[in-house]
Design a protein around this ligand. Structure first.
Ligand code: ATR
Length: 277
């Protein structure tokens, strides 16, 4: 029987996940499918009923449905509960399971690009306070980064998110970013700023110390203006595409029983699908 998988979101046409899973299905010679399904939030419960009825073995969940699926699960992983959101679902023994693999994807890519990064990342600066910031902070805290400076356009959201990690995270006003940059060993942009079609991310990197890791979760364009500027100033740029690739690994393994590799060939395929600027 062909195992069918999905990604549900609204809209979902832009999702590059089918390219990733399609590549792995072909590479490992597996009979399976991975389909985009546009599911508006109101239709999530009906879609989950189809999953439970056996139409699919599992799939991914993207914006705006990651939070809505959580109460519909039989078993949510500790990470999904901590995130308040799930991006990976699978059926096992008639029960619906859910996990959130964003923090895993973020960490796995950083590990691949900058081995040993956690030993030198004593202070991290996070830009943004949405769901992606929560995943990144969760991952950093898990690896022992215990001074995380958080800034966001809406300061109340930064204060709220910091309150979930009282040991590690301090909220600061956005206007202090230039000063916070000088204190940071790792800087992560989790906002949509700098993405193709979005406003630019305007921060002053003049105090960036050479060797500072600058990670942008935006991957369209692949080299964002933030990463280009960091590179010019001697920083270590880490692009957002790797997080997308790595977050897909645990799901594929659950659905198809093979742990897939994030290879150069896969990256090249995805890069070819991303506009240059
Ligand atoms: P995600 O789940 O991808 O993190 P989100 O929860 O909508 O998405 O969060 C988007 C982040 O980008 C937020 O930090 C948001 O700032 P606000 O909390 O102030 O909305 C940030 N962001 C989006 N557009 C922005 C803009 N034009 N200027 C500054 N920050 C912006």
């Amino acid at each position: 029987m062909t195992r069918r998988c999905f990604i549900i979101g609204h809209p979902v046409a832009h999702s590059r996940s089918p390219l990733i899973h399609g590549h792995w299905l072909a590479e490992y010679g597996l009979a399976g499918s991975y389909e985009r399904v546009d599911v508006p939030p109101a239709e999530v419960p009906a879609f989950i009923a189809r999953l439970r009825a056996g139409e699919f073995v599992g799939g991914n969940v993207t914006v705006p449905n990651k939070e809505a699926v959580l109460p519909l699960l039989d078993q949510a992983s500790a990470t999904a509960r901590a995130m308040g959101a799930a991006n990976t679902l699978w059926m096992a023994d008639g029960r619906l399971h859910g996990d959130n693999t964003d923090a895993y994807g973020f960490l796995a890519h950083l590990d691949a690009c900058v081995p040993g990064w956690a030993e030198r990342a004593r202070t991290a600066l996070i830009l943004g306070a949405g769901g992606a910031a929560r995943a990144v902070i969760h991952g950093l805290a898990e690896r022992g980064v215990n001074r995380i400076l958080l800034v966001n356009r809406s300061s109340e959201r930064a204060v709220d998110l910091a309150a979930s990690f009282p040991e590690a995270v301090e909220a600061h006003p956005w206007r202090d970013v230039a000063v916070l940059v000088a204190e940071s060993d790792l800087i992560v942009n989790t906002t949509s700023l700098g993405m193709h079609g979005q406003p630019p991310l305007e921060i002053d990197l003049s105090a960036l110390r050479p060797g500072t890791i600058v990670d942008d979760i935006v991957y369209v364009p692949l080299e964002t203006p933030l990463l280009a500027e960091a590179r010019r100033r001697g920083g270590l740029p880490v692009d957002g595409l790797g997080m997308l690739l790595h977050q897909a690994v645990p799901g594929f393994e659950r659905w198809f029983g093979v742990r897939p590799q994030v290879t150069d060939a896969l990256r090249v395929k995805l890069e070819a699908d991303i506009p240059a600027s």
